[in-house]
Design a protein around this ligand. Sequence first.
Ligand SMILES: [Zn+2]
Length: 385
Amino acid sequence: MTDRLYYTDSYLRNFSAAIVDQSPDGRTVYLDRTAFYPTSGGQPFDTGTISGVAVLEVADEDHRIAHHLAASIPTGPVDCAIDWNRRFDHMQQHTGQHLLSAVCTESFALKTVSFHLGAESSTIDLEGPPVDSRIAQECERLANEIVFQNRPVSVHFQHASEVQDLRKPSEREGTLRIVSIDSLDRSACGGTHVLATGEIGPILIRKLEKVRQTTRVEFVCGARAVRRARADYDALLKTAQLFSAPLDEVPAMVATQLEAARAGEKARRKLELDLAAFQGKELYETTAPGDGGVRRVSQRLERGNLEDLRAIAQSFTAQPQAVFVAALNDPPSVLLAVSADAGIDAGKLLKTALQEAGGRGGGNARMAQGSVADRAALERVLAKL
Ligand SMILES: [Zn+2]
């Protein structure tokens, strides 16, 4: 049974121990005592070194703790060091979670049903009434107030049968480890925590997300909150510089610009159609009638979008006795438009031509469009038309 040093001292970062068991390859070791926290209760494992070799993962195997190493080490006494930056970050996030969960329960009857401490941010899932941004902001404000009060966070051990007033009843039997925030919260927990709420640092709530019957609340504490606020500021500042606007005016500025861009796009579309109508008419007037008095135009583009030619085709074939064919080399595609009196069903004709060339497409009697696999097939369709 491994003696868990972190149970009584979360601040212990260097310790010596003895190897009591080892995997055959020597890369998994079991110590008589350890300060390495194994993944459990939503908190990830610690990293660091044992005899100078990197600890890659720490796992809880009920009565003992397995340390997975980057290389094998010889058996015997070992000196161990915890990666303190990672551990302290976990202590800030984890204690911040206790505080936030307690405030959510106290003020809004929201029960924390799960906790995840992630690499970038952490989440709690809250059961109870729906959580909107107003409630989240109030929880954030109350939690930070208790941070500023620097209330003691203490750990003590008590037998399960004597324990009362836990925020969340524990199903464990025997001795429970109880983590308390002075005059606020008592939770059964095996994780690592700071000694006073001030050490949690700022608590920042971010995204709210509905997950089944719960609300998932994303949050960051301590150094993470400062890093996140710095990144948010930098992003907002860049945006503000683009608009040459003060930071606080960015949302209104973006909304105005977006509206202007939409109106501009609408006006552009209308002008494009107007222009196409003129171009179609002009093309008609400058095209000499051929056999049977029919004006035929065929346009060929290397690449682009046939959609851009539709309006011209429409305007051209709005005049009597007109046939308009447009083809695109890449991707190989074709458009056929005819006037009402041309005596041709564009949809039927193009469909037949496309089928013979292994392509697909269709349309109505006046306008049709389709595509084929390659240039050779495109030439066959155009020859047919
Ligand atoms: Zn805890």
